[in-house]
Design a protein around this ligand. Structure first.
Ligand code: FUL
Length: 498
């Protein structure tokens, strides 16, 4: 008897497998495996800590900024605690930390063999210290990925602006990428010119950032030395700047752009393009939203008390992660070398609020129907959007670029946050949607939007309803959704005025 049942189940299983014939074809432009993993980290941290953390000796305001000749002796931290950086990052859900190993002033916080302007020349640990080593050891110990911010612009180096400088640039990268274990991201700053010291020349040097640096060779070198690393640069190749330092992505945000159409000299016009991406872009380049948790990137005494509130951070979470990008939040160690208490307190409360908001998905396991689903096959069933499994999805038949799905909601559950996700391993497809709820037998629109991508979070007024309907109104390819989540925001997201 048992054998017969097994046999029947086997035949049925094979049948449904045969039915799931026609796979959903991926777009021409899709993310790499590395990019998929990076995007799912969602939240990463920036650490601006370097010579600039210490009060400048030069008082001339013209020269005060990135002049490139502040004495190395100024770098004299008394209590660098990289383990605290990594522990806090872990606690608040940051999956990677990116440290400013060399900023515009050229000072290196590792004892680089190619520079005489480093931590070795400073009093820190009597010239025997290496902040990059302390940082990478701590990150590896706590399971936090390592990123290096490296400023290509260098106001200290005498050859800056000449071809020779690029050898120094590559030598330093080789050093950083061979001596400190696994590196997950290399972050190149956009600045390319300034008045500077330049080995004593004391002048202004201007370079064309697009053509001066040998980007192709540099990228190749990075991938050779650290195959798992992703490269952040203005226009990618892996991660792109979102076009502002406010931590805010465009409400429309495609993960695709065409980078070779972009030139920095064209100035401002590139910013909206970077923020919104391009539905017909030829490359997949993840948007990343960088922002400091205080007015400045580096710690300043006068900014104590000006740390972003947990509610402001929550707002940035919605405008970055909630708009298909990765949130890169800067936390500056103070002059001693630790994250200040007030920053840590704000970050922890922020994380606790987000965790509370997204604790209960009231749509989990809900019954879903759709106007169409691909080949009527289980693999593409609408139920897949509420099954809590990442790699399952609902998709339509090839000729259906518009479609609706309806989720049976519990009329007693209140919600005001809607999370939508596309299975981006197949590319990004949806370009317009709206959301309706069925209340008192009437459909009413509660939200609308353009792109979804990896994750889109919509805020609506709190509602209870019997059904929620998502109408895909426009798509660049057969639409698919991998997840729909409904949540009730924590009361702590907004501070009520008394
Ligand atoms: C900018 C720099 O000039 C700032 O100092 C900071 O490092 C920020 C992340 O990038 O371009």
């Amino acid at each position: 008897m048992r054998i017969v049942i097994f046999f029947i189940l086997f035949i049925a299983g094979a049948g449904s497998f045969a039915c799931a014939q026609e796979e959903l074809k991926p777009n021409l432009v899709i993310p790499s495996k590395k990019q998929l993993a990076y995007q799912s980290m969602e939240f990463v941290g920036f650490i601006h800590y370097n010579l600039f953390t210490f009060p400048p000796t030069i008082k001339d305001p013209e020269k005060a900024k990135w002049w490139g000749n502040e004495p190395a002796a100024n770098f004299n931290p008394k209590g660098v605690n990289a383990e605290q950086w990594a522990k806090v990052a872990k606690e608040i859900g940051m999956r990677e930390l990116i440290l400013t190993v060399k900023h515009h002033d050229g000072f290196c916080i590792w004892p680089s063999a190619f520079s005489e302007y480093t931590v070795r020349e400073s009093p820190y640990k009597s010239g025997k210290g290496d902040i990059v080593k302390e940082f990478t050891d701590a990150c590896h110990k706590y399971g936090i990925k390592v990123g290096f911010y490296y400023s290509p612009f260098d106001a200290h180096h005498r050859d800056y602006g000449k071809p020779e400088y690029n050898n120094f640039f590559k030598n330093q990268l080789r050093e950083l990428l061979t001596n400190y274990g696994e590196v997950s991201e290399v972050w190149f700053d956009g600045a390319a010119f300034w008045n500077g010291y330049y080995g004593g020349a004391n002048e202004k040097r201007v370079v064309n950032r697009d053509t001066y640096y040998p980007w192709k060779e540099i990228n190749k070198l990075i991938y050779e030395l650290q195959p798992k690393a992703l490269i952040f640069n203005f226009f990618g190749p892996d991660i792109r700047w979102i076009g502002n330092e406010k931590g805010v992505a465009g409400e429309t945000c495609w993960s695709t752009i065409t980078s070779d159409s972009l030139k920095i000299e064209t100035g401002k016009s590139i910013f909206p393009y970077l923020a919104a991406g391009d539905p017909i872009g030829k490359e997949w380049i993840i948007g990343q939203c960088d922002v400091p948790d205080r007015p400045s990137w580096s710690w300043k005494k006068e900014d104590d008390g000006k740390v972003k509130t947990p509610q402001q951070l929550v707002d940035l979470y919605y405008r970055s992660i909630g708009r298909n990008t990765v949130f890169l939040l800067n936390v500056p160690p103070n002059i001693e070398g630790v994250f200040p208490d007030q920053d840590v307190a704000s970050l922890k409360e922020f994380r606790s609020i987000i965790d509370e908001t997204f604790k209960w998905n009231i749509a989990a396991g809900a019954k879903v129907t759709a106007s169409n689903f691909r080949l009527k096959a289980a693999k593409f069933s609408p139920d897949n959007v509420t099954d809590n499994i990442d790699n399952t999805y609902w998709a339509t038949d090839n000729d259906q670029k518009t479609a609706s799905i309806e989720i049976n909601t519990n009329p007693n559950s209140l919600f005001d946050r809607i999370v939508l996700q596309e299975p981006i391993c197949l590319g990004q497809r949806i370009s317009e949607f709206d959301i309706e709820i069925l209340k008192d037998n009437k459909w009413q629109t509660v939200s609308k939007g353009t792109t979804i991508g990896y994750k889109r979070i919509l805020k609506i007024d709190p509602v209870q309803c019997n059904k929620l309907r998502i109408n895909i109104k426009r798509a660049t390819n057969t639409p698919a959704l991998s997840n729909v989540g409904l949540y009730k925001a924590s009361e702590r997201e907004t501070i009520k005025k008394l």
